[in-house]
Design a protein around this ligand. Structure first.
Ligand code: UDP
Length: 325
């Protein structure tokens, strides 16, 4: 029995792969290496370079490695790029996911876990966001994810196939053992950018917007340590294998930190001031995104172990130093 991890050479997928091999699972990683990095993949996993939409390849991998579950991370994730290149995003995220899903159904894979996003929720939804809040995605990226959620729901009703949708809040930090971390050269995420500023690779950190209706005027997010996210996937996998019904879960801690809170934490960790610049709002950024994680805690027994912004920042910094060295 093996787990097929698509996008397993990327940031979250590579952590997932370690999480799986660490508990003795056999793992096949399928990644086209456009943004993924071969060096992040555990040597205990089999890395196959290819497309998730290549149905013949997926079916062969399922048959050869007795794949019983697929965890699907592969996709494009940069929101502004999705506005500029919507059809590329619908192709790479929605259309490719449809092909992967169909190959899974035809090959007899009954368990599918999908990476979705907190940005599927309506802008005026009630915070903290529970899974029952309305979904009105704004960006093509978020729409590409929600469309895939819909396909999964319909496929699970029609076929002998069950899925878990995990809606990620702001994933950050790195493997505590230092084996992998956020390695994209084009990173736009706050904690990654802050780490680059700490190492002097970027002159200052932009604070995008200081006039939001939040406690200090800067954007508030629910930062979740990537290791806790991996743990959520492992629980979702176990539940699917045990016959659990298809479900959707928020992945966040249920508390928000502002951009200034993150900066303060970084400064405490490094013991000096971080060069920052107040800049205009970034287009499309909502003021606040905080999860209500009640459902995943009660249903899957998920218990966060790294719910500490300083720990998240420290692990991100450690990885950044290692990665640059
Ligand atoms: N942000 C910022 N400076 C940066 C990157 C991000 O002020 O260099 C802010 C952004 O406006 C948002 C928060 O940090 O309020 C988190 O942004 P990020 O890009 O990390 O994740 P997102 O919530 O957009 O997925």
């Amino acid at each position: 029995m093996s787990v097929l991890v698509t996008g397993g050479a990327g940031y979250i997928g590579s952590h997932m792969t370690y999480g799986l091999v660490d508990r003795g699972e056999k793992v096949v990683v399928l990644d086209n290496l456009t943004t993924g990095n071969r060096g992040l993949v555990s040597e205990e996993a089999l890395l196959v370079e290819g497309e998730v939409a290549d149905q013949a390849l997926v079916k062969r991998l399922v048959a050869e490695h007795a794949v019983d579950a697929v965890i699907h991370f592969a996709g494009s994730i940069v929101v502004p790029d999705s506005v500029a290149e919507p059809l590329a995003y619908y192709g790479n995220n929605t259309v490719a996911s449809r092909a992967l899903m169909e190959a899974c159904v035809e090959a007899g894979v009954k368990a599918f876990i999908f990476s979705s996003t907190a940005t599927v929720y309506a802008e005026d939804a009630r915070q903290p966001l529970s899974e029952t809040e309305p979904t009105i995605p704004i960006s093509p990226y978020a729409k590409s994810k929600l469309m895939t959620e819909w396909m999964l729901a319909d496929a699970s009703r029609a076929y002998d196939f069950r899925h878990m949708v995990l809606r990620y809040f702001n994933v950050a930090g790195a493997d505590p053992a230092g084996r992998t971390g956020q390695s994209s050269p084009r990173a736009t995420h706050l904690i990654k950018r802050a780490a680059q500023v700490v190492l002097g690779r970027v002159p200052h950190l932009d604070i995008f917007g200081t006039d939001y209706p939040t406690h200090d005027g800067t954007g508030v997010r629910d930062y979740i340590h990537v290791s806790d996210l991996v743990a959520a996937h492992l629980l979702a996998l176990d539940a699917l294998r045990a016959g659990h019904a298809s479900s959707t879960f928020n992945c966040g801690y249920g508390r928000g930190a502002s951009v200034r809170d993150v900066i303060t934490t970084v400064e405490q960790v490094i013991g000096r001031e971080l060069p920052v610049k107040e800049s205009p709002r970034r287009a499309g950024d909502p003021p606040t995104l905080i999860a209500d994680p009640t459902r995943i805690k009660e249903t899957l027994g998920w218990t966060p172990r790294h719910d500490d912004l300083a720990e998240i920042v420290r692990s991100a910094l450690e990885w950044e130093r290692r990665f640059n060295a």
